[in-house]
Design a protein around this ligand. Sequence first.
Ligand code: THU
Length: 138
Amino acid sequence: MTVSDAELLDLARTAAGNAYAPYSGFPVGAALLLDDGRTVTGCNVENASYGLTVCAERTAAGRMIAEREEVDGDGCRPHIVAAAVVGLKASPCHPCGACHQVLGEFSCERVIVEGPSGVPVSIDFRDLLPHAFGPDSL
Ligand code: THU
């Protein structure tokens, strides 16, 4: 079953409802679509230290790794077909630079954010991080 960009944004919006964001009051949700058709969601998790806050995209990436069913060796890397991001207090809500780097680790192809009236806007990942340092850089 394929997941549309609008459906992926809906998953991200639902995940944002679980955000733990008492300091910023800025709930964010992310939904990753993997090449096996699976979807994984995450939300931001803030901390009283502020600096230990984890963004929604990175909690989703952590779940993607932790909840893998089949791992074919240490080097087995999931492939993110698309990452949808929703901020409940602002749209569009684009991933921060740190999240670009983490999404890029898993060959993310596209980022989807909400445009005017919630219409999905798809951005080619290479336009976001054109000279990425990634697994092939080592
Ligand atoms: N945030 C995310 O969850 N993802 C991003 O890519 C940008 C920022 C969160 C972190 C923090 O909890 C709140 O938004 C305000 O910066």
